[in-house]
Design a protein around this ligand. Sequence first.
Ligand SMILES: C[S@@+](CC[C@H](N)C(=O)[O-])C[C@H]1O[C@@H](n2cnc3c(N)ncnc32)[C@H](O)[C@@H]1O
Length: 347
Amino acid sequence: MRSPAQEALLRNRPLLRGRIALLGPASDHLLPELPGGGLVMSEHAGVCASLAAHSGWQVCFGYDDAALARGGFDSVVVFLPKARAELDMRLALARWLAAAGARLILVGEKKEGIAGAVKQLRAVVPQAAKADSARHCQVWCADNLQSLPEFSVSQWLNWSRIECSGVAVDVAGLPGIFSQGELDEGTRMLLESFDTWPPAAGQRVLDFACGAGVVGAWLQAWQRRQGLPVATVDGLDVQSQAVVCAGATYQQNDASGDILASDGLAGVDGVWPVIVSNPPFHTGVKTDTSMTEQFLRDAARHLPRAGELRLVANRFLPYESLMARCVGPVERLLEDRRFTVYRAFRR
Ligand SMILES: C[S@@+](CC[C@H](N)C(=O)[O-])C[C@H]1O[C@@H](n2cnc3c(N)ncnc32)[C@H](O)[C@@H]1O
């Protein structure tokens, strides 16, 4: 199904001219309506996989895809991202992709904050004006864009130091990444659980939904400090910024492990003796447990017998019984008012 923002754009189809770039559509459902093709960028690995099924479109995964090139597009459509900071980066990419005199179109839902986003748009393209308001969305348009001479994800990368149980690591951040600049309280509890209940020494680990790579970098630094064999920790995340940040965090902290871009575990091969996660629970602003429930159903396939699954989650989220059903008997290792760390060994 097309999103309201996609519907609002289609109502304004005459605004699109020449070579088109779409930045951040929520799904591929728009593409059949735009048969001329063009370039389409998504920071979500699952959306990218569905976009790739449409011929005539150059699909780019995130802001550092090698196929992104300066100055080739006459109409650049920016779909409003969830994070405000990401909008600035997306607008910069749009201006860099734009040919001289190109048109920029910003479209987003009112409930996602399009009205507030217009300030950010006008800060970089003051000539932007509202073109339409429909389907609970607004469409903004600016002509005669000045092409931005440079765009590189590294310009947006920043660093922060986090510390837990006396072990510090430097963590890369990008607009839109989870818990930028600070250690999430759930993640902290997961790390603290390693300090008391270390995972089997030297075993390869998978950090599912790795974000900026905090868990893998910290676990290896902690094992090194304890004089334990250091595990390789592979990381997996659906978001391109996470893949970039986790790679940078690992490099900065001499951590080892592959970083995979994937929407869940479907389509991933491999068995890990230990799988750990601070999994996602949001789709936009709504709580959505479906991704993590799917992960719990898939995890057993990637664990050997007696392999460990360790998870931190908000206490109110209903994972314990599913984890018991899919993996094995569940222990609660740590708990406070907000979070619980669960552990199960595959039966
Ligand atoms: C709660 S954050 C945890 C990040 C990191 N592990 C930490 O503790 O800082 C959840 C992560 O799940 C990722 N994510 C969301 N949906 C996903 C999916 N379907 N497959 C893989 N990762 C996903 C998000 O991009 C986000 O980085």
